[in-house]
Structures are given as structure tokens and as C-alpha cells.
Design a binder for this molecule. Structure first.
Ligand code: LMR
Length: 334
């Protein structure tokens, strides 16, 4: 083709435009979508927002963190696949939801394993606890941090909820965990695995009679409006692992990964310091609302729940590992 001055100018303009767009592309921030299933005002919701704030401050123009709460982007059933497909970069499922990827994390669902949240925290900071962050690497998932929510309470649409016999024959919503399924079967109840976003409606319509959760989830999802009694069983824990796609994480520029690591560390401290306060606040808000009765339990009542749930341990000891269970138990005594 014979080049006229006009085509030369045209080509020049195109190559300048291309050069500019590739510079812009090189400079455009890495989009990091953080999807989760709870409300902004919960411990996890606050942690995710804090991570966004710190990461964007530490890496100005380099990352664009976008937080999607309340199952807006992906709910329980899709978020792990979405992470592996690269449709989202960070999620923070409860430790009960990793069944399909590792049996080790089933540890956290053993009823009455931890005396309180301090024991949970001590275990997560121990060598055995830290090692579990890498337990799913061979499945493409890298754990970055543990985030606290709190101890679980039990709620039903019945007036009486003090002893295990009060839940016999009742239907309970559970997270997708075989340990939790066994826990409710041990109580003579009927567990049903349901995504978190479906729980309110299931309680409201009577598809299930009850559920187990933390104060912050019971308040922010309004479960207390459709339940009659919430018993302070503290029989287990709901905590989270913030996970990312291992390949994506390893492929990040060094400086970005370092900045995100620091942001995650700082957001973790922030969220974990806040969790107890938010749960205490939401417990009080539920009491003040006066819709569901908050049932205190005596030592004898708690002992009865513990005894009724105990058979679950034996069933899962093989999968989880005796050593790991013992390491977790040690956190109660330190
Ligand atoms: C639930 O499904 O009940 C909780 O794990 C939700 C959450 O993420 O706290």
C-alpha cells in the first residue's frame, strides 16, 4: 500500500493512542473483589471494610478493593467455586463450610471444644492453628487469616429451651457441615443444610424450627423476630478463614502482595478486637427488642447439652486427627 501523508498521520495517531492505553492499562489498579454473606455491621463485615480502607491506603492507585456483603455477589453455595474461577479474589466463609476441601477444619465444629473465644484465639495463634491456614493449598485455596465472630447460641420457635430434650424432633437449619449434622442428630433433632441467605425465610415460614448462630448474626439477620427463645448455650464457635485463590495470590507483584499482607494483618487485629463488643451489643439489642426470650442456662443445663452432644467427637476423631484435637484442647488451659 502506498502511504500518503494522511495515512501516515493516521497510523501515527493510532500508535500514540495504543501507547497511551497500554500505559493506562499498566497503571490501572488490580481489582480485588471481597465477597461475603453477612451484614456490614457484623465483625466480618467491619473487617472487610477495614481491609479495603487499609489496602487502598498502603497501595494507592495499585489496588481497588470492592466489598460485596450480604451474599450480593455470591452466596454460600457459589463463593468457593467463584474464588477458584477467579470471579472473586477474597472470601471469608465460616470454618464450618470447608468440608469439601479439608476435613481438618471440622475441628472447629466439635461441640464444646473451646471454653471461650480466648481459647479459640490462642489455638489459632498456635503452630497447629497457623498450619491449618495452608491445609487447602493443594486444592487451590490459600488461607490468609482467621477472623472471629463468636460463640454460638441455639434458638427455636418454642417457649421452652433449657435442656436437650426440648429440641427432640425439631427441625434445625445448619451450615453445610457434617459435624453439625451429627450434632443435631445426637440431640434427636432433624438438621437441614441451608445457605445463610435462606435462613430468615426458612424460620419465618416454619420450614425449620430453629437454628444456631452468634448474637451478631441473629440480630443483623433479624432471626430474633421469628424465634421465640434463644438459649445461651455457647456450645460452639463461628469463626472465619479469609481465603484467596493461591495461584492468583502467588502471581501478584511482590510489592502488592506485601501491602495486602500488611493490610490483612491490621484488619485482622481490628476485626478480632471488635467481635466481642459487637456480639455483646447485639445481644443487648435483642434483649431490648423483647421479641425473643433470652434464656440463661444453669451449669447443670449446660452439662446436659455437653453430654448429649459428646458422641459427635468419636465419630470425627479419625478424620480430624487426635493430635489436632489435643492441641486445640490445650488452648483451654493456657
Ligand atoms: C452461617 O451460615 O450461619 C454463618 O456462617 C454465616 C456467617 O458467615 O457468619
Amino acid at each position: 500500500m502506498k502511504l500518503t501523508s494522511r495515512t501516515t498521520l493516521g497510523l501515527l495517531a493510532t500508535s500514540i493512542a495504543l501507547a497511551f492505553s497500554s500505559v493506562a492499562a499498566a497503571q490501572s489498579p488490580i481489582v480485588i473483589k471481597f465477597s461475603h454473606v453477612v451484614a456490614d455491621k457484623t465483625p466480618k463485615g467491619q473487617g472487610a471494610l477495614k481491609f479495603e480502607e487499609i489496602a487502598e491506603k498502603l497501595l494507592p492507585g495499585k489496588v481497588d478493593v470492592q466489598v460485596f456483603p450480604n451474599s450480593q455477589l455470591f452466596g454460600d453455595s457459589k463463593e468457593m467455586e467463584a474464588l477458584l474461577l477467579g470471579d472473586v479474589q477474597l472470601i471469608a466463609p465460616s470454618l464450618s463450610k470447608f468440608d469439601r476441601y479439608t476435613k481438618k477444619l471440622q475441628l472447629f465444629d466439635l461441640p464444646f471444644l473451646f471454653d471461650d473465644m480466648d481459647a479459640v484465639d490462642r489455638f489459632q495463634h498456635s503452630d497447629a492453628g497457623k498450619e491449618l491456614l495452608g491445609a487447602m493449598k493443594n486444592r487451590g485455596l490459600q488461607g490468609l487469616a482467621y477472623w472471629h465472630n463468636g460463640m454460638k447460641e441455639l434458638s427455636t420457635n418454642k417457649d421452652k429451651l433449657t435442656r436437650p430434650e426440648d429440641v427432640k424432633g425439631l427441625k434445625f437449619r445448619i451450615q453445610s457441615s457434617d459435624v453439625l449434622e451429627a450434632q443435631f442428630r445426637a440431640l434427636g433433632a432433624n438438621p437441614q443444610k441451608l445457605a445463610f441467605s435462606e435462613v430468615y425465610q426458612a424460620l419465618q415460614t416454619g420450614v425449620v424450627d430453629g437454628q444456631e448462630n452468634t448474637w451478631s448474626n441473629i440480630y443483623s439477620q433479624k432471626f430474633y423476630e421469628v424465634q421465640k427463645t434463644i438459649a445461651e448455650t455457647n456450645h460452639g464457635v463461628i469463626d472465619y478463614m479469609v481465603v484467596t485463590n493461591a495461584k492468583w495470590w502467588d502471581g501478584l507483584p511482590e510489592d502488592v502482595r506485601a501491602g495486602l499482607t500488611q493490610a490483612m494483618e491490621e484488619a485482622t487485629v481490628f476485626a478480632n478486637n471488635l467481635a466481642a463488643e459487637l456480639n455483646a451489643r447485639d445481644r443487648q439489642l435483642i434483649v431490648d427488642a423483647g421479641k425473643a426470650k433470652v434464656q440463661k442456662l444453669s451449669k447443670e443445663d449446660v452439662a446436659a447439652w455437653r453430654a448429649a452432644m459428646e458422641p459427635v467427637w468419636k465419630k470425627f476423631e479419625g478424620d480430624i486427627g487426635k493430635d489436632l484435637i489435643e492441641s486445640a484442647q490445650k488452648a483451654n488451659k493456657s
